[in-house]
Ligand binder design. Structure first.
Ligand SMILES: [Mn+2]
Length: 293
């Protein structure tokens, strides 16, 4: 019996009576931003995304289904380590281990992008053949940044230690050394901005294996649509573009796990929070509601 008119519960998409056993997706929010090099605030990202997501409709007019049919369970926020970014990454790996052992797909919600390493390590322990598809304005291939190997600027260098097949998309900010070493594994914004979305998706699909992990730094989006990031870069992807590219990729590939990171909410500006929530909503639907070709 309902005793009062109540707001949607505080979980992703405000799902009533979320159920762990039947859920196919488990969302792990990690409010963390210790290594952020410019504007901090990504620790407030998970809360803002979950809050916005509670105000989305559950129904999607394209798939004619409600997101509740997938079964999404949101855990409590994880307390990050105050000792080191490395310890936080290790803790996340353990949490993702639990989700994967329960045969559920992990969805990590950041928080700064460095936390994705923990999630990808857990996936790599269980899968020999998979690719990491990395959406980001930055290449993040520095081996060390500001004294830390676990900085958000080093994430792809750490990821490559456990997964050799990495493909970055939407990059428009890279250091000289990384450009020399890794340009073959990068689809630069300059080379994709005039391509139709199906061509962009075909390039990504050709370069990646059947099993994929998708890591999204929200700064891959244009800074006009997504100003709420620590290091915004102009001339990025648009929502409709990344949505269509993800749809095409996930029509064919198996999604092993994903993360959405780097939302640093700007007080009073809620549109980017809703954009991030909708991007998660749509990506899950693309992954679970399309028949694999
Ligand atoms: Mn970035």
């Amino acid at each position: 019996m309902k005793l009062l008119h109540q707001l949607p519960p505080y979980n992703l998409f405000g799902i009533e009576d979320q159920d762990y056993d039947s859920a196919k997706v488990v969302a792990l929010p990690v409010p963390y931003d210790s290594t952020t090099s410019y504007k901090s605030g990504a620790r407030d990202g998970p809360h803002a995304i979950i809050d916005a997501s509670r105000n989305l409709e559950l129904y999607d007019e394209e798939y004619k289904k409600e997101i509740t049919e997938i079964g999404v369970y949101t855990t409590d926020e994880m307390q990050p380590s105050v000792n080191s970014p490395e310890e936080t990454v290790n803790w996340i790996e353990k949490e993702i281990d639990i989700i994967l052992d329960a045969k559920k797909m992990p969805l990590l919600i950041g928080g700064e992008h460095s936390i994705a390493v923990g999630s990808i390590r857990a996936v790599a322990k269980r899968n020999k053949e998979f690719s990491v598809i990395h959406f980001d304005a930055h290449s993040d291939y520095r081996d060390e940044y500001m004294g830390s190997r676990y900085s958000h600027a080093c994430i792809m260098a750490r990821v490559r230690e456990v997964c050799k097949s990495c493909y970055s998309v939407g990059v428009r900010s890279i250091d000289t050394e990384s450009a020399k070493r890794y340009s073959n594994d990068i689809l630069y914004m300059k080379d994709m901005q005039n391509l139709p979305v199906n061509e962009i998706a075909e390039i990504i699909k050709k370069r990646t294996k059947q099993n994929v992990y998708i890591t999204i730094d929200l700064d891959v989006l244009d800074n006009g649509e997504m100003p709420s990031v620590g290091t915004p870069e102009p001339n990025g992807m648009h929502f409709a573009q990344i949505d269509a590219v993800l749809k095409s990729i996930l029509a064919e590939k198996n999604l092993l796990g994903m993360d959405v990171c780097e939302l640093a909410p700007i007080p009073g500006m809620i549109a980017p929070n809703f954009l991030a929530a909708k991007l998660i909503f749509r990506t899950l639907e693309h992954a679970f509601f399309q028949k694999k070709q």
